[in-house]
Design a protein around this ligand. Structure first.
Ligand SMILES: *Cc1c(COP(=O)(O)O)cnc(C)c1O
Length: 459
């Protein structure tokens, strides 16, 4: 086995990492992860780390699940690849399509496969515009999304996303994509003195205002994550999604739910739209569909769109070499059956989800924690400088990065998004493991508080 230093040298010399400042990483050196089991990672120095981010929001069934390994092995031996382009199909792709129709809400009977979430959202853009084209309304091409949304990193995915840093590189967004403000109560509702519920309605009505400003006859679709993930686990008020649904219905606009993080049990239902209260026409999925063991994504296509594409559309000139990849589909089948067999959706909804919510409420007594919220097994802590006023730390302090540093040093993976510390642990996590995670979180918060006191950031 190569030494950590040796790995880091080769890594810095050749590997351009995603979303990374190459020079700064080369200076610090990567942390090299070599193995994992259940909810724990092991790095190249032999450190054990509790992975409260499920890899990258994806390892829903945890690491080391033999059923997924066996499914991949058997499928690779029998048929490692065949395409689905020219009137062909493979058994795993057909069976997965059938199973997805069963576990998704009733309006979904069809699926279009991609290799990732970003590609799935590229398919959404192509499909939504194709749908209105077939219906003789090609001018309906505008897709409305939200600030701080994350929908992937391809040209279409990054355009749908609302990350200004991404838009600034490469001339994005592409034409025909607009953004409204996100339903972030702390930032937009609290300063106005609005209750969460009242703010949820206001935030949804920003959509209506934008539709009217653009002209409803030009708007094709609205896309949103049920809970914004990469944007900092922004959990909308309960009033938000039902009002968005009402508005989309009123103007005949397609509703797209990006379920790449929220799908496959994360929020305590199979899909986030079921928890947050919408009935989308299209759903993007990836990540949890295979628990990240192999790449796979896709779009669930609701009956309204499927009927038009199938009956009136002719050829849809779009697809990927790996649409319906048999090995990826075999792993997804094993993964979904395992979620069913272990009852993980119910485990989140009835047991560990409510337990985590209770633990997070308990963190509100910590001097640094201004807000603590969860939805299923997603959680966010807002670090504030002054609890009474809710004042934020100066940006230059990067309080989130300070806290994240302590997490790394103490065997916990928790992610920082600005001043929000976020988690999304594997769905197999137990109450005892949540206790272990909470003890680590408290220790890291205390260490961060000590830094803040020592450096005079609190006064
Ligand atoms: C991760 C993510 C994507 C992009 O998926 P990739 O597989 O990285 O392309 C899209 N949407 C959401 C909500 C995501 O979290």
């Amino acid at each position: 086995m190569r030494s950590t230093q040796d790995w880091q040298r080769a890594d810095a010399a050749h590997f351009l990492h995603p979303f990374t400042d190459f020079q700064s990483l080369a200076r610090k050196g990567s942390r090299v992860i070599t193995r994992a089991d259940n909810i724990y990672l092991t790095d190249s120095d032999g450190n054990r780390i509790l992975d409260a981010m499920s890899g990258l929001w994806c390892v829903n069934v945890g690491y080391g699940q033999q059923a997924l390994v066996d499914a991949a092995t058997q499928q690779m031996q029998q048929l490692p690849f065949y395409n689905a382009f020219f009137q062909t199909a493979t058994p795993p792709a057909i069976e997965l399509a059938e199973l997805l129709a069963e576990v998704t809400p009733p309006q979904f009977q069809h699926v279009f496969f991609s290799g990732s979430g970003s590609e799935g959202n590229d398919t959404v853009v192509r499909m939504v515009r194709r749908y209105w084209d077939i219906l003789g309304q090609p001018q309906r091409s505008v897709i409305i999304s939200r600030t701080n949304a994350y929908h992937g990193s391809t040209m279409a995915g990054a355009s749908l996303g609302g990350m200004s840093g991404m838009h600034a590189q490469g001339g994005l967004p592409i034409p025909g994509i607009e953004h409204i403000e996100q339903p972030y109560w702390w930032k937009h509702g609290r300063p106005q003195g609005l209750s969460r519920e009242a703010f949820g309605l206001q935030a949804a009505r920003w959509l209506e205002e934008r539709i009217l400003a653009i002209g409803p006859e030009k708007v094709a679709a609205f896309i949103g994550e049920p809970v914004q993930g990469a944007g900092g686990v922004i959990i909308p008020p309960s009033t938000y999604w039902p009002e968005v649904q009402r508005i989309c219905d009123a103007y005949g606009i397609l509703l797209v739910s990006d379920e790449v993080i929220c799908g496959f049990g994360r929020t305590g239902h199979w899909f986030g739209c079921e928890t947050l209260g919408s009935q989308p026409d299209l759903m993007t999925f990836a990540k949890g569909v295979t628990s990240g063991y192999v790449p796979l994504g896709g779009v669930m296509v609701g009956n309204r769109v499927a009927k038009v594409l199938i009956e009136q559309g002719g050829e849809f000139e779009h697809g990927y070499t790996y649409s319906g990849h048999p090995v990826a589909c075999a792993v997804a089948l094993a993964n979904i059956r395992l979620i069913q067999r272990l009852g993980l959706v119910e485990h989140v909804r009835d047991d560990v989800g409510p337990y985590l919510a209770e633990q997070y409420r308990g963190l509100m007594d910590h001097p640094l924690v201004g807000d603590a919220e969860t939805c299923g097994l997603m959680g966010a802590l807002l670090l504030v400088r002054n609890k009474a006023t809710g004042d934020a730390f100066p940006e230059a302090v990067s309080i989130g990065m300070v806290c994240r540093g302590h997490c790394f040093a103490n065997g916990l993976i928790m992610r920082a998004v600005g001043d929000r510390m976020i988690i999304a642990p594997p769905l197999v996590i137990t109450r005892a493991q949540i206790d272990e995670m909470m003890a680590l979180i408290r220790r890291c918060l205390d260490l961060t508080l000590a830094d803040a006191q020592r450096s005079g950031w609190l006064s």
